[in-house]
Design a protein around this ligand. Structure first.
Ligand code: GDP
Ligand code: ZN
Length: 300
């Protein structure tokens, strides 16, 4: 008989699935179609493991520039930030764009709010994201003291989420604080061998006591927007929502130097920060490079 299951763990060649009745099984990761990832829904039968259609998928590019799924069927993505290590320029914007283009709702987590320096960061992000037309919620938390974690718990209730963020912002600490019994190693050095490679490729899905689920995978390190064309970028770009309502003369306007462009007008009128527009142009140029490379690849 066929049974439905969800992939909750990935261990190299094996995956762990949980069946509808709660039974867990460890099986070979082969499926009828593509490699399975945590969050995938599958059907188990005599014929093997059959992947069910994915509602959303987070992906990254591998060393050979191919797209690889990292997790499936996520509803929300927590972009994790801290005053230390500092947020790379354009990082939040890129993550928000990547999530939105994958139809996953982004939210921001400012961790380490026990540190004095984090005040300025939360205020700045709150003003830019929580108050903008395309509201992205901002949570101020401390994985260390537990402050603010209830806000995240209720945001995750009934949905499936994951955290992304650069090394050292406290993703493992947050997961440990939110998932009872979880004991991920904290601190960058522990998770790498002396050769500087990942010790494991473990990824897993955890149920939360208040409902909801969290996915943890080391792959989130190099998560990038995929399947996003340069022309679509502006519609996902945080802070451009009101500017785009003004409209542009050209339907395929890239808001770079075109005449009668609603976004450029908004920059001139001070409604969009020049720095944000500059970030947009950088991401646009990156996407144009990817598009050109793909076009060359398709021709050869
Ligand atoms: P990850 O690389 O994003 O998974 O970050 P880790 O969870 O490994 O944390 C990196 C470092 O930040 C560790 O030294 C943690 O102890 C520290 N850290 C994590 N959360 C907090 C926090 O809320 N406050 C403070 N002060 N330090 C934290
Ligand atoms: Zn325009």
């Amino acid at each position: 008989m066929d049974s439905d299951a969800i992939v909750i763990g990935h261990f190299g060649l094996d995956i762990e699935v949980v069946l509808a009745d709660g039974e867990r099984r460890r099986i070979r990761a082969r499926s009828s179609s593509e490699p399975l990832v945590v969050g995938d829904r599958v059907k188990l039968s005599e014929r093997g493991v059959e992947l069910q259609p994915r509602e959303t998928v987070l992906a990254r590019r591998d060393a050979r520039d191919r797209t690889r799924a990292i997790a499936a069927n996520l509803d929300v993505l927590g972009v994790t930030l801290a005053a230390q290590p500092p947020v790379p320029r354009g990082y939040v914007e890129r993550m928000v764009v990547a999530a939105r283009s994958a139809e996953i709702e982004p939210f921001l987590v400012v961790n380490k709010c026990d540190l004095q320096e984090s005040r300025a960061l939360s205020e700045q992000l709150g003003a830019r994201f929580a108050a903008s037309a395309g509201r992205v919620p901002v949570f101020e938390v401390s994985a260390l003291t537990g402050v603010g974690l209830d806000g995240i718990r209720s945001h995750l209730s009934g949905v499936r989420g994951a955290f992304v963020g650069t090394s050292g912002v406290g993703k493992s600490s947050l997961l440990n604080a939110l998932v009872p019994g979880l004991d991920l190693e904290v601190g960058e050095i522990n998770r790498f061998t002396r050769l500087g490679r990942h010790v494991t490729t473990r990824s897993s899905l955890h149920s939360l006591p208040g409902g909801g689920e969290l996915i943890d995978t080391p792959g989130f390190r190099d998560f990038v927007p995929v399947d996003l064309s340069p022309a679509e970028l502006a519609s996902y770009f945080p802070g451009f929502e009101a500017a785009l309502e003004k409209g542009c003369r050209f339907r395929d306007c890239r808001h770079r130097e075109e005449p009668a462009c609603g976004v450029l007008e908004s920059v001139e009128e001070g409604e969009v920060e020049p720095a944000d527009h500059a970030t947009y142009l950088e991401v646009l140029a990156d996407l144009e490079r990817v598009e050109a490379r793909e076009a060359r690849g398709a021709r050869s």
